[in-house]
Write a protein that binds this ligand. Structure first.
Ligand code: KG4
Ligand code: ZN
Length: 348
């Protein structure tokens, strides 16, 4: 195996609806993102109001090779210069995962390179370390996306324990479904956030407050289906929705959704006393969530570092997969192409 040259990783991510490839290099013992190409399928899925798995895998097939070529070109490297391949092995949609996984395996086979299978959640976690490698363990990570709502304790690199997760819908999924109820299109997170901010800035007093399921339960799990149902009843009650109705419902929903995430995170901090809290995943792009988490850490006088993924790395991308892979590579945790398996339910 060729791994004597300085580390240069080609990372691939296709677990859901973004086809992405990135090149990660190393500078001063720190991984750096040399390129990160993301081809989004949003327009395709907007037509159906959500992701149709078969449509997603077909789109990955079409985009994969150009995306890999663009990532190499943008990093100004040739495939022959690559020393390691990294790929998302799960969790995710099986048909989507298989596309990136098989391309990655083929490259590792053809070029005789070691390969690093990465858990998608682990990738999101490492997206918060894109510009420093100042790890202070233990770390508590909140990963919130369209597919996941997970609180993970990290004792060290590679040592994870999931302490809480959703019992039903993921937070992002709830944002998407409520947006659909309000006729805001797909994906719903950014649209809800925009209306909710407008309402919040107007300083109006909302006439509704949505429930916060499981918020006081003695665990770190989440439930979003009750909140989604509450939004549905409110929409049904109001009939034809005015612009003001939509803003008020978006606001009340975002308030409850964010409150659930922040309250459980703070509760976990108090119990596990981490030295750092991470916020990552598509929903981490939510302005209210970013602000509320920071505010609550401060008001509770919690002595820890808060690291939030940069906006460009909140959504699915291959750079985060390559960053996570770097920490496997430096501890020699790499595999041969024929030793790895895709697992749509891959747990950390
Ligand atoms: O991480 P991601 O790109 O894909 C998954 O792994 O699921 O997350 C996508 C999710 C979608 O549900 C989208 O609505 C949500 O992230 N999202 C947001 C915001 N931007 C994206 N949710 C709330 N507020 C936002 N600003
Ligand atoms: Zn994701």
């Amino acid at each position: 195996m060729k791994n004597k040259k300085p580390i240069l990783i080609l990372a691939i991510e296709t677990s859901c609806d973004e086809t992405s490839a990135a090149v990660i290099g190393v500078e001063k013992d720190k991984p750096i993102i040399l390129s990160n190409i993301v081809s989004s399928q949003i327009d395709l899925h907007a037509k159906t109001g959500g992701i149709v798995p078969e449509v997603a895998s077909r789109a990955h097939m079409e985009a994969m090779i150009p995306v890999i070529q663009d990532s190499l070109a943008a990093a100004n490297v040739k495939l022959d210069g690559i020393t390691h391949v990294a790929v998302t092995a799960g969790p995710g949609l099986i048909g989507s995962l298989l596309v990136g996984f098989n391309y990655a395996k083929s490259i590792a086979y053809a070029k005789d390179l070691p390969i690093v299978p990465i858990n998608h959640i682990e990738g999101h976690i490492y997206s918060t370390f894109s510009d420093d490698n100042n790890f202070k363990f233990p770390i508590l990570s909140m990963t919130v996306s369209g597919g996941h709502t997970a609180l993970t304790l990290m004792a060290d690199h590679g040592k994870y324990k999931t302490i809480g997760q959703t019992r039903d819908d993921a937070a992002g999924e709830a944002f998407d479904k409520v947006a659909q109820l309000l006729g805001l299109g797909f994906p719903g997170g950014p649209a809800i956030s925009k209306l909710a901010s407008k309402y919040r800035d107007s300083k109006k007093i909302a006439s509704i407050e949505f429930p916060r399921p499981m918020i006081n339960d003695n665990n770190f799990d989440f439930s979003y289906s009750g909140l989604k149902t509450a939004a549905l009843s409110e929409v049904n009650k109001r009939g034809e929705l005015t612009k003001d109705d939509k803003e008020e419902i978006a606001y009340a929903f975002e308030d409850a959704a964010v409150d659930l995430l922040v309250t459980k995170t703070i509760k976990a901090v108090k119990e596990f006393k981490p030295k750092a809290v991470l916020l990552a995943g598509g929903v981490a792009a939510n302005k209210h969530l970013r602000e509320q988490l920071a505010k609550n850490i401060e008001s509770n006088k919690l002595d820890l570092d808060l690291k939030i993924a940069p906006m460009n790395l909140c959504g699915d991308n291959a750079a985060m997969i390559g960053l996570a892979a770097y920490y496997h590579i430096i501890r020699d945790d790499v595999k041969n192409w024929n030793e790895i398996k895709v697992d749509s339910n891959f747990t950390l």
